[in-house]
Ligand binder design. Structure first.
Ligand SMILES: CC(=O)N[C@@H](CCC[C@H](N)C(=O)O)C(=O)O
Length: 373
């Protein structure tokens, strides 16, 4: 028999939706919540997100667990019997896991309350444009603000039963990057009468790749990835426009500022040499995920005494997470949950091991009960 939370994960897996369009996801979660005993439960919605309050027995503080909700624009290539029913979208970053674990935590505490209160936040739009910052500012959260936050992220590279974490920085600062190049289109046979934005954009991609290697201190990790490039309309027309879409990752805020300055300088150079216009949009920016040192070390010590999990002290990762905004305001931490699959995050074949769902629910509920006693 499948655990109800594995079953829920499979239902969620079939309905991945873009950020702030998680309508079916919200409805499914609300339906699940309505089946639970209601005496300790208060539910609020905010945009496509959900805030769930579970009253404790004799509360003196309020804990928070956050699960992100959105899917990614990826066409699923798994051979799962419950694939995405939304063409071109997939839960390829584990948010289906994060939500079903969140529901497992809610279900546990409505039937076995702890001393303290708990707020479980189902947060939209983690992949972009970022739901954490506006959710933190939402009226619906102000009188429910937790005193401590916990969140997790699935980790394909670790076996089931592994929890990987570290104090201080876990994930990088991020900035999206959208670059539009506007030149002059023309006939393929008359390049001297046009400004070809395919040539300008490809040169720009090459120049962007020199920034990390030449301008950033090698001891301070940074990444610039261009993940999408669009240009042109037909094989014999010189492209008037090109667009590059990417992301910047840095461990330090200073490197982020420096990289942005260098990108502007590269753009000015391309404008001068191609007599074109280059405009840059930094999209959404996420703060680093900074795990509160004392709480994280205490969690790690507590994990060492558990026999259903193995603790691994990991290094920082260049992934980003808008949970960093929660940790900027509220002490807490994020950890990696091992789900043992050869395919990485954002891969069309990602197939995390569902046994990790119960491991996570058990670990989070036991930890919160320990903290609440
Ligand atoms: C855990 C994870 O994969 N998070 C995403 C966050 C994306 C932030 C933003 N859209 C960007 O691309 O900068 C990641 O790609 O790390």
């Amino acid at each position: 028999m499948l655990s109800p939370f594995v079953e829920l994960r499979r239902q969620l897996h079939q309905i991945p939706e873009p950020g702030f369009q998680e309508f079916k996801t919200q409805q499914l979660l609300l339906e699940q919540l309505s089946k639970l005993p209601q005496d300790r439960l208060t539910i609020r919605t905010w945009r496509t997100g959900i805030l769930v309050y579970i009253k404790g027995l004799n509360p003196s503080k309020r804990f928070g667990y956050r699960a992100d909700m959105d899917g990614l624009p990826i066409t699923e290539e798994t051979s799962l019997p419950f694939p995405s029913q939304h063409p071109g979208y997939m839960h390829a970053c584990g948010h289906d896991f994060h939500m079903s674990i969140g529901m497992g935590v809610v279900t546990h505490f409505v039937t076995n309350p702890m001393q303290d209160d708990l707020v479980v936040l189902f947060q939209p739009a983690e992949e972009g444009p970022g739901g954490a910052l506006p959710m933190l500012a939402a009226e619906e959260l102000q009188d429910w603000m937790p005193d401590q936050m916990v969140a997790l992220h699935i980790a394909p590279e670790y076996p089931v039963g592994t929890i990987a974490v570290r104090p201080e920085i876990l994930f990088a600062n991020t900035s999206e990057l959208f670059i539009d190049l506007l030149g002059k289109g023309g006939h393929a046979a008359y390049p001297h009468q046009a400004n070809d934005m395919i040539i300008a954009a490809t040169l720009m991609v090459g120049q962007l790749q020199t920034i990390v290697s030449r301008n950033v201190n090698p001891l301070d990790s940074a990444v610039i990835t261009i993940g999408k490039m669009e240009a042109g309309t037909k094989q014999n027309i010189i492209a008037e426009k090109a667009r590059l879409e990417g992301t910047i990752r840095t461990l330090s805020a200073a490197s982020m500022d420096k990289i942005k300055g260098r990108i502007e300088a590269v753009a000015a150079g391309i404008e001068a040499s191609f007599e074109c216009q280059v405009s840059i949009d930094w999209g959404s920016n996420y703060r680093q995920v900074y795990n509160a040192p004392a709480l994280t070390l205490e969690f790690m010590d507590w994990l060492r005494g558990r026999d259903n999990v193995t603790l691994f002290e990991c290094t920082e990762a260049m992934t980003g997470e808008d949970f960093g905004y929660f940790l900027e305001k509220i002490p807490g931490f994020m950890f990696w949950l091992g789900v043992d699959t050869p395919h990485g995050l954002h891969n069309a074949k990602l197939d995390p091991d569902e046994r990790a769902i119960d491991v996570a629910i058990e670990t989070i509920t036991a930890y919160l009960r320990y903290k609440s006693s």
